[in-house]
Design a protein around this ligand. Structure first.
Ligand code: COA
Length: 316
């Protein structure tokens, strides 16, 4: 980390990347060992298939390298690495292993806010930049397949593995981030949790019921801070937990679902990776132009919620 402020308080995303494990598991594959069906899973969740495999370190190195390459940065130019994950490969040091494998020479640490983790990390990284860092690599990765009970039909169809990354660079002026919100409601912690070393426990119906509310409360705060309304949004990048939750969120915002980035059909719920992967897919598809307002919004175990409004381009 630089010891002194550069004077630049704003930041822009200058590169991004994503990584999905090679192995694809379809609903039909799951139905071979679980009392479930493709029809049930698609109708209730919107998921058709998911990618399973890899480690949090290996997936992070893959997405992180892509983001560095796109930003045109050599490793020594990165001032900090922030890794959002709720499934670190080890109790500690996962970010440091990623740092070493990417050839970085900066501080590296994990942020765990479950499926809200990437937005927490993004806000965190903006704080580092406001304090003098010039370039921060942010990676959101989860390997939820390692903490999923594959005999539990209530959770096994939902969770999967992936990684997404962005490079955040300081700029003169305000940068892209117009508004943000980080939220938590510990009274709901028993609805979605995992013992250290254990598997996911979930009260699905209640999580569903609260998800839309906690996400939308957060989104409304971010939009208010940014001085915009939902009508101004060109793209919504929601956490990919259930297509019905995404639909309900869009209904609450009063925008058509076509404005949302949706990957859940082929990724399932990949927790900290969900939002950066959906963002990377939308950017790669050319869905975002300079000046567009983007809402990132997630929720997850804790329960946590987080959101951010970005104006793409945004160097002034
Ligand atoms: N295949 C077939 N049937 C299943 C099933 C499966 N995989 N999982 C559950 N069922 C059955 C249930 O046993 C129940 O049967 P019953 O009516 O005979 O009791 C029936 O389907 C309905 O179950 P229910 O839990 O009410 O379904 P739902 O419509 O609430 O959908 C979830 C279940 C989990 C898909 C949904 O509640 C959800 O997405 N919740 C949010 C979870 C989430 O987002 N978690 C991550 C947050 S980051």
């Amino acid at each position: 980390m630089p010891a002194t402020r550069t004077g630049a308080a704003g930041a822009v995303i200058s590169g991004w990347g994503m990584a999905l494990p090679d192995k694809v598991v379809t609903n039909h594959d799951l139905a071979e060992t679980l009392d479930t069906s493709d029809e049930w899973i698609v109708t209730r969740t919107g998921i058709s298939s998911r990618h399973i495999g890899g480690s949090t370190v290996s997936l992070s190195v893959a997405s992180g390298q892509q983001a560095l390459d796109m930003a045109g940065l050599t490793p020594e130019r990165i001032d900090a690495l922030v890794v959002a994950t709720t499934t670190p490969d080890r109790q500690w040091g996962t970010a440091a292993m990623i740092q070493e494998q990417l050839g970085l020479s900066c501080g590296a640490y994990e942020v765990n806010a479950a499926c809200s983790g990437f937005v927490y990390a993004l806000v965190n990284a903006h704080g580092l930049i406001a304090m003098g860092a010039n370039r921060v690599l942010i990676i959101g990765t989860d390997t939820l397949s390692r903490i999923t009970d594959w005999n539990d039909r209530a959770t096994a169809p939902l969770f999967a593995d992936a990684s997404g990354a962005v490079v955040l660079e300081s700029v003169e002026g305000r940068g892209q981030l117009l508004g943000w919100d980080l939220d938590a409601d510990g009274s709901a912690s028993e609805l979605l949790w995992a013992e250290v070393g254990g598997t996911v426990n979930m009260e699905g119906k209640e999580v569903f019921r609260r998800a839309v509310r906690i996400m939308m409360d957060s989104a409304e705060k971010s939009m208010r801070h940014a001085g915009i309304t939902a009508d101004d949004l060109a793209l919504i990048v929601p956490h990919q937990a259930n297509i019905r939750i995404i639909q309900a969120a869009c209904d609450r915002l009063g925008v058509e679902i076509e404005r949302a980035a949706v990957t859940i059909d082929h990724t399932g719920n990949t927790s900290s990776a969900s939002i950066p992967v959906a963002l990377a897919e939308a950017l790669n598809a050319g869905r975002v132009a300079d000046g567009d307002h983007i809402l990132l919004v997630g929720f997850g175990g804790g329960m946590t919620a987080a959101s951010a409004v970005l104006r793409w381009g945004g160097t002034s």
